[in-house]
Design a protein around this ligand. Structure first.
Ligand code: SF4
Length: 339
């Protein structure tokens, strides 16, 4: 049995991943693989909380997400890569935890109120949507995870899981460790329009983008708005395009662009070509690996089936302990009666 701490993280399977997903999460996941016992899952049930009216793309999106992860460096030999709905124990634990979950805590989750306010094209006044933070808690506790990778501004997301773990342990005996945040550096990843990179803003560069798509997006990137003419000195520190250089360009190029920009020796049109080259160089190997995986469905399916089997082993151990501590294990009860 491994003595390493257990790390758990997941991602809603709502479609192919973009650079924001890569630099915000997946790159860090890759780095954790050798130090921890890592479980990474495609959260297809979480995708249902908002996409319940049309479920036709969820399975395909799930495979796309897994292909993106593996193409980015997640290794099925070193991490358990699985699909949430292939481990039905997530649903059982969610139901049991829902019995002890105060409604007020769920209603006060900041993202709940925010999304109800902002997502106008879907009716989110559903039981499933209110309960998704608790499903997240079940996802974490099911693997008795010690650590959950989060960006510096997301520590509060874990508090609900810690609260539920404490409550459960108080009522029924200690089954769950309280999961802790594993802070991971997450650089700012802007969209091509300067807002946060997001699928819903239509400003994202995807890991699946072709060379032509990358070049077309680079040519539309927002730059330093104060640099009106070519001969005006620019300000890389406030330039949206320069943030992309920080993500993918080598230090010499970063330094050269910043210097030449400040002296107005390089124009923004030229710099758009430069960043396009850097992005193409960075993304092409990832795209080629993901294309090979998507073309070989059987292998991809084998990977998630095997990963889900391994995940389920640990999930079953947890659920045995949960049922036993709640005196809901009928095998134990039956054994006592027969004695
Ligand atoms: S030259 Fe590059 S860094 Fe300078 S303002 Fe233009 S796009 Fe930004």
């Amino acid at each position: 049995m491994s003595q390493k701490s257990v790390v758990l993280s997941g991602m809603r399977s709502t479609g192919p991943l973009h650079l924001g997903n890569y630099f915000g999460a997946v790159r860090n996941w890759v780095g954790l693989q050798d130090r921890y016992e890592c479980y990474y899952f495609a959260a297809d049930w979480h995708a249902l909380t908002t996409d319940y009216a049309d479920t036709s793309q969820i399975a395909e999106n799930t495979l796309q997400v897994v292909a993106d992860w593996i193409a980015s460096g997640l290794d099925p030999e070193r991490s358990v890569i699985f699909v949430q709905s292939m481990v039905p124990e997530h649903a059982e634990l969610h139901l049991l935890l829902s019995m002890i979950m105060p409604l007020g805590l769920l209603e006060r989750v900041p993202t709940y109120k925010e999304q109800i306010r902002e997502i106008k094209n879907k009716d989110l006044s559903t039981y499933g949507f209110l309960g998704y933070p608790l499903l997240q808690s079940a996802d974490i506790l099911l693997y008795r995870a010690h650590l959950v990778p989060v960006g510096e501004d997301q520590a509060s997301h874990l508090e609900l899981s810690r609260e539920v773990a404490r409550k459960f342990n108080r009522y029924y005996g200690k089954v769950f460790p309280e999961p802790k945040a594993l802070f991971t550096p997450t650089p700012r990843v802007p969209g091509i329009d300067g807002r946060k990179m997001s699928k819903s803003y239509d400003n994202a560069i995807y890991l699946a983008d072709t060379e032509e798509e990358i070049r077309a997006k680079a040519s539309k990137m927002f730059t330093d708005p104060t640099r009106v003419r070519r001969k005006d000195p620019g300000h890389p520190e406030t330039c949206n395009l320069y943030d992309f250089h920080k993500l993918v360009s080598p230090p010499e190029l970063l330094e050269k662009v910043a210097r030449e920009c400040r002296l107005a020796q390089i124009g923004c049109v030229d710099d758009k070509k430069l960043i396009a080259e850097q992005l193409v160089e960075f993304l092409t190997p990832i795209r080629e690996r993901r294309e090979a995986l998507i073309a070989d469905r059987d292998t991809l399916l084998d990977i998630v089936t095997e990963g889900s089997r391994k995940a389920r082993e640990r999930a079953r151990e947890t659920m045995d302990a949960v049922r036993s501590s709640m005196t809901l294990d009928y095998r134990e009860i039956l054994a006592k009666v027969t004695r």
